[in-house]
Write a new protein. Structure first.
Length: 586
């Protein structure tokens, strides 16, 4: 990798000669006029516009690409032609918008407009400390598109690159237009004014633009790493973007995946990236060829086009089935695990399509593996090797009856109470365990849907941190959260009644109506303690908050142990507590 600098004239020669091309995955040119004018104003004032990132033409990765979106005038202005024939080609990874803007303005190559510089305004504006781009104007492109307009006040933007011609035009306008009566008897001031504009044009011609060049013999890993960094526009370029450019147009991966997301809405709801499909196809391809299934970038980028087209639909179908599966286990788009976790499962479904059928031995194995993987205190990172190894073990469990090794899980009540942030994967895992166990909304009794129409509400309100000095970290604990429908969450919030008080009142209502049994069971399924205690309402009061957190944490642990079985690392100190049965709804 190296940094090189081109002055504007050098750069425009290279653009004009077609040295820079845009990889197919890049979005089209989108900049507004205000952005283009701001860029040109910055160049004229010698302000930095940032470096551009390019990749030398890489024969290991033949990216499909397109020209910069500019329409060049075939007629050269004079001997200072900007054409420089060469075989150099650079893929623009970051900087398409800036390069296209520069080409459209200084090569007079906008498909619909000409850009002109207002010489009179330049004299006014460049004396001011407040930068303005109002000296840059555009006109609809016509048949002739003259060098100058409006009594020679406007000079076409590409002319400034030709020093002899632009110098003459500037001098003629300043001295002969009549727009500057103050210069009539003072030729020295006129010459100074003309020199000022000529100096701005000289700054433009000599403006230096840095390029970070990734050379064409760079290793594939280096190229991929660059694609996965965040560029100056904030756009994250992924391996899938690179694959889109490599394989286009046969197949057009972007179009394929866009169509797949329309067909399988769950992929859109969970915002699944197309790279997951390539990972699944890579694992399946390596499995078919009896190779260790590790979906590296190189494997993804060197799949055969025919293989992708043949197995794409199966990979997408099974990926969507994997997401529907975790929906059934309580996950939502807000509480989903890392996407990479599901790649091994989806790939296994390509080998064994019925693996998630209810109540089968394989389904039980996968369910247990999923919860252990998301609840483990120190889970192994979902590297390409780990994903492939999980896939291999699933296959060997099916074909050779080898046991699947589950990540160990262990919590104390204090551990549960300390889980309070979405950045902790166990927080989300316990949230969807709550949803799977509760099944019904505690307020309305309606079934909690599998979509994103669920929210999580504090049992004891966060306002206690301000009004009563309760520690906010305790109020944010997962042990103080409960799953509700979006409507119930809103209704509770609108009553200005805390949920802990509301539950005590609801219990009294159910007692008076004689249907306490169903409500009690629903409380148990929501991990609410003290259900059979006559002092239920009192124990849900603020004075008992710390005890409530501990006792609810114990109930959450009981449920976790039921789910992970023998993957529980060691007996809990609370093993002797009275057990609670969580019942399934009919």
């Amino acid at each position: 990798m190296q940094t090189i600098n081109y002055d504007l004239v050098q750069l425009l020669r290279k653009i004009r000669a077609g040295h820079f091309v845009v990889p197919q995955f890049q979005r089209d040119f989108t900049w507004k006029e205000a952005q283009i004018r701001l860029l040109i104003d910055s160049i004229a004032r010698n302000y930095p516009i940032g470096s551009l990132l390019v990749l030398g033409k890489n024969y290991e990765i033949p990216l499909k690409s397109r020209d910069i979106n500019a329409v060049y005038n075939e007629q050269d202005n004079n001997e200072e032609s900007l054409v420089e024939p060469t075989s150099e080609t650079y893929y623009v990874l970051d900087g398409q918008q800036r390069l296209t803007s520069v080409a459209r303005v200084f090569l007079d190559s906008h498909p619909k407009k000409n850009y002109y510089f207002d010489l009179k305004k330049m004299l006014e504006i460049f004396d001011d400390d407040s930068p303005s781009s109002s000296w840059i104007v555009n006109r609809l492109r016509g048949g002739k598109n003259p060098d100058r307009k409006d009594n020679n006040k406007l000079i076409r933007s590409d002319i400034v690159l030709i020093q002899k011609k632009s110098d003459v035009y500037v001098s003629e306008y300043i001295e002969d237009s009549g727009d500057f009566p103050e210069f009539k008897n003072n030729r020295n001031d006129a010459r100074e004014a003309a020199a000022k504009i000529k100096g701005i044009f000289e700054t433009i011609r000599n403006y230096s633009i840095p390029f970070v060049l990734l050379e064409n013999d760079a290793p594939l890993e280096s190229v991929c790493r660059v694609f996965e960094t965040i560029n100056s526009t904030g756009t994250r370029l992924t391996t899938f973007d690179l694959a889109v450019a490599k394989y286009f147009p046969d197949p057009d991966l972007k179009d394929l995946y866009d169509s797949s997301k329309e067909k399988y809405q769950v992929l859109s709801e969970f915002e699944v990236d197309g790279e997951r499909v390539l990972q699944i196809l890579s694992l399946y391809h390596l499995h078919l060829n009896d190779k260790f299934p590790e979906a590296t970038r190189k494997v993804m980028l060197f799949l055969k086009s025919d293989f992708i087209k043949e197995h794409w639909e199966s990979a997408v179908l099974n990926l969507s089935n994997a997401y529907k599966w975790i929906q059934g286990l309580g996950a939502t788009p807000k509480t989903q695990p890392a996407h990479r976790l599901l790649v091994s499962v989806a790939a296994f479904l390509m080998v064994e399509p019925d693996s998630l059928d209810s109540n089968t031995e394989l389904a039980n194995v996968l369910n247990k593996w999923y919860f252990c993987s998301t609840l483990a205190k120190n889970p192994a990172p979902a590297t390409n090797y780990k994903i492939g190894d999980d896939f291999r073990k699933f296959c060997e469990h099916k074909t050779q009856q080898r046991s699947v090794q589950y990540p160990a899980v262990y919590f104390t009540p204090e551990d549960i109470k300390e889980i309070k942030s979405y950045s902790d994967g166990r927080y989300k895992a316990i949230q969807y365990l709550m949803k799977m166990t509760a099944k019904k909304d505690l307020i309305t009794g309606s079934i909690l849907s599998d979509n994103d129409d669920v929210e999580y509400h504090n049992i004891f309100p966060s306002s206690l941190a301000k009004s009563d000095g309760v520690e906010l970290k305790k109020l944010n604990s997962i042990a103080n959260r409960i799953v509700l429908s979006k409507k119930s969450n809103k209704d509770i919030s609108n009553t200005h009644t805390s949920l802990n008080q509301y539950l005590g009142e609801r219990l009294e209502q159910h007692k008076s109506k004689g249907n306490i049994g169903d409500f009690n069971q629903q409380l148990r399924n929501c991990f609410i303690p003290y259900v059979d205690d006559p002092a239920f309402k009192d124990k849900l009061s603020q004075k008992n908050f710390d005890n409530f957190l501990s006792d609810r944490a114990k109930l959450i642990i009981t449920r976790i142990k039921e789910v992970v079985g023998d993957a529980w690392e060691e007996p809990s100190a609370d093993d002797n507590n009275e057990s609670v049965n969580f019942v399934e709804d009919e």
